[in-house]
Ligand binder design. Structure first.
Ligand code: NDP
Length: 240
């Protein structure tokens, strides 16, 4: 039986590349999305991958969404927490709403989704959870106290949950991408982007498919000894 994978935010950008890589490797994929119905419909038509709409920041919606996926496709073996947003601004100007929305989607979404899939994974003694953090959660970023805190939180969440899942065959890992050529980065002003690229040792933005390659390694049945780790995929921009 093919393994079943949920990719949150799986219809666009990095998430789309992850959904496609999983599909191509024989997984049955459910691509979650947050609101862009037209994009999701176009994605399903083009790829044959089922798209499911729910807000990862909403605990009850995650429970219902996972139940629907499991009824349609079978028990979930792989969760990729990829959905993420930015609401940038320096602390002096950032509103409480900007802070809360980014924490709730980017970090709260990981908790909500893990709560929905973890019990079944534990019962079946197999699971793979990969969450997409960020280089800006590792090193911070001007104008992103909300995003950097949420992404940094993902790295702590990963290490703690890895310890809870280890004896049950569940691995929990994170990937910290550098700057990847997606809609999120297209929103960065050109002059700022130029300065960012100048700081990337390999001299270019990353590709979404390069993040998907890392996910595919971590979700493999033979990656059972890799847990609690953060894989940096950033062109050498941040090392430690
Ligand atoms: P995009 O903005 O291109 O896509 C975001 C995806 O997340 C969309 O599918 C979107 O759905 C979905 N989404 C947003 N909010 C919600 C929500 N509340 N519930 C469910 N789904 C939601 O993002 P990227 O592909 O650029 O980024 C993907 C991940 O990688 C994010 O976590 C991001 O923080 C992280 N990352 C990105 C980097 C980059 O350079 N691009 C660098 C480092 C990390 P919809 O289409 O319906 O809006």
């Amino acid at each position: 039986m093919a393994r079943v994978a949920i990719v949150t935010g799986g219809t666009r950008g990095i998430g789309e590349a992850i959904s496609l890589a999983l599909r191509d490797a024989g997984y049955t994929v459910a691509a979650n999305y947050g609101g862009d119905d037209a994009k999701a419909a176009e994605f399903t038509k083009r790829t044959g991958i089922a798209a499911y709409k729910w807000n990862v920041a909403d605990f009850a919606a995650c429970q219902a969404g996972v139940a629907k996926v499991e009824a349609d496709l079978g028990p979930v073996d792989v969760l990729v927490n990829n959905a993420g947003i930015t609401r940038d601004g320096v602390l002096m100007k950032m509103t409480y709403e900007q802070w809360k929305e980014v924490i709730d989607v980017n970090l709260g979404g990981c908790f909500n989704m893990a709560k929905a899939v973890f019990p079944g994974m534990r019962d079946r003694k197999f699971g793979r959870i990969v969450s997409i953090g960020s280089i800006n959660g590792q090193g911070g970023q001007y104008g992103q106290v909300n995003y950097a805190a949420a992404k940094s939180g993902i790295h702590g969440f990963t290490k703690a949950l890895a310890q809870e899942g280890a004896r049950a065959g569940i691995t929990v890992n994170a990937i910290a991408p550098g700057y990847i050529d997606t809609d999120m980065v297209a929103a960065v002003p050109a002059d700022v982007l130029e300065k960012i690229v100048a700081k990337i040792p390999v001299g270019r933005l990353g590709k979404a498919s390069e993040i998907a390659r890392g996910v595919m390694f971590l979700v493999g049945d033979d990656a059972g000894f890799v847990t609690g780790s953060t894989m940096s995929i950033n062109g050498g921009q941040h090392m430690y």
